[in-house]
Ligand binder design. Structure first.
Ligand SMILES: *[C@@H]1O[C@H](CO)[C@@H](O)[C@H](O)[C@H]1NC(C)=O
Ligand SMILES: *[C@@H]1O[C@H](CO)[C@@H](O)[C@H](O)[C@H]1NC(C)=O
Length: 923
């Protein structure tokens, strides 16, 4: 939820202005209104003042040297480090800074694994270091770094010369009376200076009624990155825009500054709740590479593309000869911090995505329940409401795993308390849910009500746990409870205290089946500048809020995650949903796209938003079904459910003033369609769960853009209304009203056939094909050559499905082969980390289908067995089948063709999934 709601109510009381539609852009800064962005964007290309002194040293895994700014005379330390998996890190700081600069290393899962580099070549102009596969060429003057994969130049830093690193300086003294202007501080008269001092916003800045005291003055850092051969770039979420980033030639740069944007609109460039400063370039010839800009301060990213008419100045002649390569440049601009950039050289899309998650981590395997369907609303009024809604899911035969409670469950918005009038028996309510195999999620926000009768406020005040003003006083803002303060999660003592609040004896009314939703953690401050905290507030160890803003939300969810882990004695996998996030947040839970609107364009944008998150390490993404604001009509509601069933996180949520929208309120026809949609979601949970486990192991995204697997199909580079789930399913939701057909892009250049999962109708023709659609379902296809595990029993929740048998959907390719994987464990604990799991590979070759354990040492005692095998494009003239397994021996099975769709079904193999087996198709 966001400010505007409250603000809207407030306005409604004053006048009749209510729900003014759309975002109020005046509440948010433009680049021009932000002095550091303005200064850095003004840097002229091709005139970099930075030179690298040729006294560089190469040792083991590092190259270190000194950079010199010829405009200011300031010296910098540069360190380039070779890292495992085709990755380099470039770290630059002032040689003698007046005070330390913040480093956002919380984002890293651990220290990156270094890799030995060697000196390859050194001349008067440059030095080349690298490994057998990749190298970095550093030019001395003007300073620039080119990265090569083999002999192919793929990435370059400072090629356009837009680097800027504003050294920390002392404030200029005002000149004595009579003289004009201010006396520049400490400027060496030999040097012209960097011009920052003459910027009126350099030492203090106002935005609307807010004053930023900026005691440290200008300290921005910026650098440009050129993706050589890339046709498009992707990443830098969160923005409500297209997956392929757009040129910012005629707009503001993409902004990364975590904000609670009320009624956000579809806008490619405006900030939203989260920030992941990673960008990937991809081209048909060049492959994929990426840059991760590790900086937690406010950041802007300009994108320029060779496609927009020579915008990319030919400063550097990268290509000899006349063949002009495509190129896209990303120019990162941050308000403070230092330069800490990681270069991931691919070559394939999945390589580059993995290289990023090797740095910031992959998501740990979630509990199965969290992949089920979630039912939320602001608010389920009381415990009877919760009970009735849950009962109705049973009554209407709808699977559902989790009921959610928004802020109204608390006593006056005091978190860790209950409104005991509405929720007099929370434990019984939870028990009633868990008895049916369901869970509860409750919200805990970071703002603390300033109420002398609230233990948390008293503790935080007495122990000094709040974020402070420069003068040491506790900062006070305005949020849901009214006057609020914010505990400082950067302080280990505060984290410890916060974590303890989740202990079951402290947070009464909860059990280990109650999980947590962290909202408003940008943080949202209704009366703060841009609806967040003033930048000159002080956190632990004297860091300004300016330095840490974008990682603030992650500090909160990482603590919540740890709290849930400890609460269960380390036995249950935590589930935390967050609105705000940063690089690395994927390690702590799921995210959703915040306060969207019940309109078609918001449904449409949920796909590119989640794709963008997925390639940026954060797969566990979803959008509020039906839109948080406004009321969807039946058609939009149906289409939204159908689309959401194929995104990793599936939750319905809505604003307090919207109409009820549980599936049964839309009438029987809609209810029936949504029922089938939810059942289909549940049927494919074995696939989702396997993909999440494979993500945990390999770091590759759960949902993927088409070009992740078809990297040379240029026509797919900008497709973002169609996704791959793993590598076997192709999903094309219906995102506009009234459609009877949609255009589906079938990748594979004719070498792959795609089978509609409902009809098993094959599509062989590659490229864009118009296919008919009905209201009942959206087009989903399974790839030839794949095997997808499913469960096909109707149950109320995932817990009830746990021991259900499996169905395998096999689609033979033209050679009669197919493969697929299935991961099984207890679906909730960490026992899988001690070898208690099954990871199975299924292989069809000709007439034989086998099941083999990929990890022979792992075991898991499952009750699930194999119920049925469907084989599309099957071998001909099969009369029966024969199963061989250790415990069952040889078993004759029935095998029958369905002449309607040419699917061969092998019924009731009956073998337990915990043993290896093979099935011979007898002809
Ligand atoms: C729990 O379930 C029982 C049986 O349906 C019901 O009578 C009771 O009111 C429920 N309690 C709560 C707190 O929802
Ligand atoms: C799933 O079960 C239903 C009902 O038993 C059946 O009609 C359908 O064919 C099954 N689908 C698959 C793929 O097994």
């Amino acid at each position: 939820m966001s400010l505007g709601v409250r603000f809207g109510l407030f306005l409604a009381a004053l006048s009749c202005v209510y729900l003014v539609s759309g975002v109020d852009r005046n509440n948010f800064k433009t680049c021009e209104q932000s002095s550091f962005c303005r200064r850095c964007r003004k840097v002229e290309p091709g005139k970099t003042p930075y030179k690298l002194l040729n006294t560089v040293e190469v040792r083991e895994t590092d190259l270190s040297g000194e950079l010199f700014n010829q405009d200011t005379g300031v010296a910098y330390i540069l360190r380039l480090t070779g890292l495992a998996d085709n990755t380099y890190r470039v770290w630059i700081n002032e040689k003698n800074p007046l005070h330390p600069r913040f480093e956002a290393t919380f984002a890293l899962q651990s220290d990156p694994v270094p890799k030995k580099i060697k000196l390859i070549e050194q001349t008067a102009e440059y030095i080349v270091v690298g490994t057998d596969h990749t190298k970095a060429k550093l030019f001395f003057n003007p300073f620039r770094i080119d990265f090569y994969r083999g002999e192919q130049l793929v990435l370059s830093a400072n090629a356009r010369g837009l680097m800027r690193f504003e050294h920390i300086r002392t404030k200029p003294e005002p000149k004595p009376e009579g003289e004009e202007g201010e006396k520049p501080a400490e400027t060496n008269p030999e040097f012209p200076g960097d011009g920052a001092d003459s910027d009126p916003g350099a030492w203090e800045e106002n935005f609307k009624s807010h004053h930023d005291s900026k005691p440290y003055g200008p300290e921005a850092v910026a650098l440009d990155f050129s993706f050589i051969g890339a046709e498009n770039v992707y990443g830098v979420p969160e923005h409500a825009g297209s997956f392929a980033l757009k040129s910012t030639k005629k707009s503001d740069p993409y902004r990364l500054y975590n904000l609670d944007v009320f009624e956000y609109e579809i806008d490619d460039f405006m900030s939203l709740y989260g920030a992941i400063p990673v960008v990937f370039g991809h081209g048909k010839e060049s492959g994929t590479s990426g840059v991760y800009w590790q900086n937690a301060a406010e950041t802007w990213v300009d994108i320029t593309s060779s496609a927009d008419n020579n915008v990319v100045e030919s400063i550097v002649n990268f290509v000899s000869g006349s063949a002009k390569k495509p190129q896209v440049d990303a120019h990162f601009i941050s308000e403070s911090g230092l330069i800490d950039a990681f270069f991931m050289l691919g070559p394939s899309p999945l390589d580059a995505f993995r290289q990023y998650t090797r740095l910031t981590g992959s998501a740990p395997l979630p509990q199965m329940f969290s992949l089920g369907y979630h039912q939320c609303r602001w608010n389920y009024n009381d415990q009877d409401d919760v009970r009735q809604v849950a009962e109705n899911f049973d009554k209407y035969d709808l699977p559902m795993d989790v009921m959610w409670l928004d802020i109204e469950y608390t006593d006056g918005k005091k978190y860790f308390t209950w409104d005991t009038r509405k929720f007099s028996q929370p434990l019984e309510m939870v028990h009633n849910l868990t008895e049916k195999g369901r869970k509860l999620v409750v919200i805990i926000d970071p703002h603390i009500k300033r109420d002398q009768n609230y233990f948390l406020h008293n503790d935080a005040t007495n122990l000094g746990y709040y974020v402070k003003h420069r003068d040491g006083k506790d900062y006070e803002g305005w949020c849901w409870p009214g006057a609020t303060s914010y505990i400082d999660m950067f302080d280990p003592k505060v984290r410890q205290y916060y974590i303890e609040q989740y202990n079951l004896d402290k947070f009464t009314g909860t059990t280990n089946d109650v999980y947590i939703w962290n909202d408003m953690n940008e943080p949202s401050v209704f009366n703060g500048p841009e609806v967040t905290m003033p930048k000159d507030l002080i956190h632990y160890e004297n860091w300004e809020h300016r330095d840490i803003h974008n990682i603030n939300g992650m500090m909160f969810t990482s603590a919540t995650h740890e709290a849930l882990f400890r609460r269960s004695g380390g036995s249950l996998r935590p589930f935390v949903l967050t609105r705000s996030f940063f690089a690395g947040s994927q390690r702590y839970g799921a995210m959703w796209t915040g306060d969207n609107t019940g309109e078609w364009n918001h449904l449409r944008i949920s796909y590119p938003m989640c794709l963008s998150l997925a390639v940026s390490g954060f797969s566990f993404c979803g959008a509020d079904i039906g839109g948080f604001f406004k009321n969807p009509d039946n058609e939009l509601f149906i289409r939204w459910n159908q689309a959401a069933a194929w995104l990793p996180f599936m939750r319905q949520h809505s604003h307090i003033e919207t109409k009820r929208r549980e599936p049964w309120v839309f009438g029987d026809n809609t209810l029936g369609i949504v029922r089938e949609t939810l059942k289909r979601r549940y049927a494919y949970l074995p696939l989702w769960y396997t993909l999440f486990r494979e993500h945990e192991i390999s770091g590759i995204p759960v949902i993927r853009p088409i070009w992740a697997h078809y990297p040379t199909e240029s026509a797919a580079f900008t497709i973002d209304d169609e996704i791959l789930v793993g590598d076997s399913l192709l999903v094309r939701p219906v995102l506009e009203p009234g459609l009877t057909e949609v255009s589906v892009y079938f990748p594979g250049e004719g070498k792959i056939t795609w089978y509609n999962i409902d009809t098993m109708q094959p599509y062989k023709q590659p490229g864009a094909v118009s296919v008919p659609v009905t209201m009942e379902r959206i087009p989903v296809y399974q790839r030839s050559g794949s095997i997808v595990p499913k469960k096909n029993r109707s149950r109320r929740s995932t817990v009830a499905m746990k021991n259900d048998p499996y169905t395998l959907m096999v689609i033979a390719d033209d050679d009669g082969s197919a493969t697929g994987t299935l991961y099984i464990d207890d679906e909730s604990s960490f026992e899988y980390r001690h070898g208690k799991y099954l990871y199975i590979r299924f292989t069809l070759t000709g007439y034989k289908l086998t099941s083999n354990f990929m990890d022979k040492l792992a075991t898991y005692d499952t009750k699930s067995w194999l119920e049925r095998i469907d084989i599309a494009n099957p071998p001909k003239n099969i009369k029966s089948a024969q199963l061989t397994s250790k415990t069952l021996g040889i078993v004759e099975l029935e095998a029958k063709y369905n002449t309607r769709n040419n699917v061969l079904t092998v019924r009731k193999p009956g073998v337990n999934m915990g043993e290896e087996w093979s099935i011979e198709l007898i002809h």
